[in-house]
Write a protein that binds this ligand. Structure first.
Ligand code: SAH
Ligand code: MG
Length: 217
C-alpha cells in the first residue's frame, strides 16, 4: 500500500463520515493563504480529537501548538457552554491567523490563544485540564509532558501528535525532533501516574501516530 491509497481512504472516510464542512475548509484555505505550513491534523483526526473531548466530557482543554487554529476549532466544538480551550503558539503571525479563524467559527468566547514559547507560557497556567493535546516542537515534548502532568487531575487525557514520524521514532539519528519524540515515550513510560499506549496512523499526512495517556492519580 502506498501514500496514494492512504489518501484515497482518507477522502473516503471524509465523504462517508464527516461530510462537507465549509467553515473548516475556509479555515484551512485561509491558513494556507497566510503562508502557514499544512501541518494541521487531517480532518478524520480532527474529528477524532473532538470525539475524544466529548467522550472525556471535557470543559477545559489545553493545546500546545495552534498553527491556524484547525485542531483547536475541532476540539472547541466539543466544549459545553462556559467551556474553555487555551492554545499556546510561539509565532505571533500564526496566532493572528488562528484568532481570525476562531472568530469566524463563533468560538472566540471559548478559545484563548497565548503567544510565546510554550515552555514559558505553560508555567503561568493554573488549574487542571480535562484534555491536553501536545502538538508543537517535538524536541520539547518531554518538557511539555511534565507540564501536562502538573496541569492534570485523575482522568485527564493527554494526546501527543506525530509520535511515529514516518518510522523515524525507531532511528532518531541526530535529528532533535525525532529524539524528542523518542524521549517522549521514555518519559511517559517512566511516569507511574499514567496509563499509555500509542497508535500508528496512515492517511493524507503519511505514516504517523498518536500517543494517548490517561492520568490515573
Ligand atoms: N495543532 C495544529 C498544528 C500545530 S503545528 C493543528 O493540528 O491544526 C505546530 C505549531 O507549534 C506551529 O504553529 C508552531 O509555530 C508551533 N510551535 C513551535 N514551537 C513552539 C513553541 N516552542 N511554543 C509554542 N508553539 C510552538
Ligand atoms: Mg501534529
Amino acid at each position: 500500500m502506498s501514500q496514494e491509497n492512504w489518501s484515497a481512504i482518507d477522502h473516503f472516510i471524509c465523504d462517508a463520515l464527516l461530510g462537507p464542512d465549509p467553515l473548516l475548509e475556509a479555515t484551512l484555505a485561509d491558513t494556507m493563504a497566510a503562508g502557514l505550513r499544512a501541518i494541521n491534523v487531517a480532518p478524520p483526526q480532527g474529528k477524532f480529537l473532538m470525539l475524544l473531548a466529548q467522550i472525556a466530557g471535557a470543559s477545559r482543554i489545553l493545546e500546545i501548538g495552534t498553527l491556524g487554529g484547525y485542531s483547536a476549532i475541532w476540539m472547541a466544538r466539543a466544549l459545553p457552554e462556559g467551556g474553555k480551550l487555551i492554545s499556546l503558539e510561539y509565532e505571533p503571525h500564526n496566532a493572528a491567523v488562528a484568532a481570525k479563524n476562531v472568530e469566524r467559527a463563533g468560538l472566540a468566547d471559548k478559545v484563548e490563544i497565548k503567544v510565546g514559547a510554550a515552555i514559558d507560557t505553560l508555567p503561568t497556567l493554573q488549574g487542571t485540564f480535562d484534555l491536553i493535546f501536545i502538538d508543537a516542537d517535538k524536541a520539547s515534548y518531554p518538557a511539555y509532558f511534565e507540564q501536562a502532568i502538573r496541569l492534570s487531575r485523575p482522568g485527564t487525557v493527554i494526546v501527543g501528535d506525530n509520535t511515529v514520524r514516518g518510522g523515524r521514532v525507531l532511528n532518531p539519528g541526530d535529528n532533535a525532533d525525532d529524539h524528542g519524540t523518542r524521549r517522549f515515550y521514555d518519559v511517559v513510560a517512566a511516569e507511574p501516574r499514567v496509563t499509555a499506549t500509542a497508535i500508528q496512523t496512515v492517511g493524507t499526512k503519511g505514516w504517523d501516530g498518536f500517543l494517548l495517556a490517561r492520568v490515573e492519580r
